[in-house]
Design a protein around this ligand. Structure first.
Ligand SMILES: [Zn+2]
Length: 371
């Protein structure tokens, strides 16, 4: 086990933050798996999963059973972890500029295409190495002038070298669910089953370039741009929403770490008996098919449905009660599907998304992720 503490530049005077990176196995070997937790900072379950994962990987490494190279970043966002106002942790958005920590990662496709133009051959492995180097070189030459931008570049740089990338998040209150590119659904199905995912949301472009897309989408797009040349080992990535933000326990974390190690074994990175993949609890549905339930006015939220509930058209999801006028508004679903997440608060403001339902048919376009 190797632990690197990488300094994040551009901190304010007198402050130096660093990113802890755990490495297991031979760093020159492939496949490479990259796992990061808490990119949104105050999404805690993944941090404990990382602890269990590193403990297990350390033991496996001592037994000579880590075959590939596995990288774990337990706290992907030291900047966000430092954000709190009067004792209340504030993740998801950077206080410095209001941006979502998991948006606006570098889109490297076009520049990488220019770098590999005329260099590809019929050698798929060599082409993959060319793509990897082009993505990395392009990323490194882009100017960075803030601590936040430096952190994003560092995280993307660590992941870009990988064959498999898992970005561990959580929702407010939710059942396990995953996001991945439509083109990666087949490769993601075993992982979704191992995590016990109840929803599995897919889009080729979900908008604003979140981390998982920034890592894998260039590979898909470059394959389409140069169809006459094979490219081996196109990168797989997914965002895993483990459960709700308060679903933190050693039992759950051990279970999730086990799922990651089983996934690593399935893909040749850990030497162990291949796991029995549990029966899938859902199939892939379009991210564009998700119905956000919106509060029509401010008030107390009284939920009638919970994450994991099957929803039918017309079902009342919640009532919003104005405590002053004593009027209440019923919020009903216009689609059938599975309610997979809701907010942890029981007060909402007008226009706030208070719950999400995964449906089968696309009903939205444009930017598909929550703000
Ligand atoms: Zn998140």
């Amino acid at each position: 086990m190797q632990i690197d503490n990488i300094e994040i530049p551009f901190g304010t005077t007198g402050t130096v933050r660093s990113l802890a990176v755990y490495r297991f196995g031979d760093t020159s070997k492939r496949p490479q798996l990259y796992v990061q937790s808490a990119l949104h900072a105050d999404e805690i379950p993944g941090m404990l999963v990382s602890v269990h994962l590193c403990n297990s990987l350390q033991k496996l490494e001592q037994e000579g059973r880590v075959l590939g190279h596995i990288v774990v970043v337990p706290c992907a966002n030291p900047i966000g972890l430092g954000q709190s106002i009067q004792g209340v942790p504030l993740g998801r958005f950077a206080l410095s500029d209001g941006s979502n920590f998991n948006r606006s990662f570098a889109d490297l496709t076009q520049a990488a295409a220019a770098r590999i133009l005329g260099k590809l051959t019929k050698d798929a492995s060599r082409n993959a190495a060319l793509v990897r180097a082009a993505l990395q070189d392009e990323l490194q030459m882009r100017p960075v002038t803030s601590e936040l931008a430096a952190l994003k570049r560092l995280l993307l740089s660590l992941a870009l070298d990988s064959d498999y990338v898992l970005d561990l998040h959580c929702d407010g209150e939710s059942v396990p669910h995953l996001y991945t590119a439509t083109s990666l659904v087949k490769r993601c199905e075993p992982l979704a089953a191992l995590f016990g995912a109840r929803a599995f949301l897919t889009a080729e472009i979900s908008g604003d370039n979140p981390f998982d897309e920034a890592v894998s989408r260039p590979w898909t797009e470059l394959s389409h741009m140069f169809p006459e040349y094979p490219i081996a080992g196109t990168c797989f990535s997914t965002t895993v929403e483990l459960r709700g933000e308060a679903d933190v326990s050693d039992i759950l974390a051990a279970q999730d770490a086990r799922a990651i190690i089983d996934f690593a074994a399935l893909n040749g990175m850990v030497d162990q008996a291949l796991p029995v993949i549990p029966k899938a609890q859902c199939h892939a549905t379009p991210l564009a098919g998700v119905l956000p339930i919106m509060a029509t006015h401010a008030g107390v939220v009284v939920f009638n449905k919970a994450p994991g509930d099957t929803i039918h058209v017309g079902d009342e999801i919640a009532r919003i009660v104005d405590p002053v006028t004593r009027q209440s508004t019923s919020l009903c679903s216009t689609i059938s599907g599975l309610m997979y997440a809701r907010i942890p608060s029981r007060y909402a403001v007008a226009g706030q998304r208070i719950a999400k339902i995964a449906g089968e048919q696309p009903i939205r376009s444009g930017k598909l992720l929550s703000p």
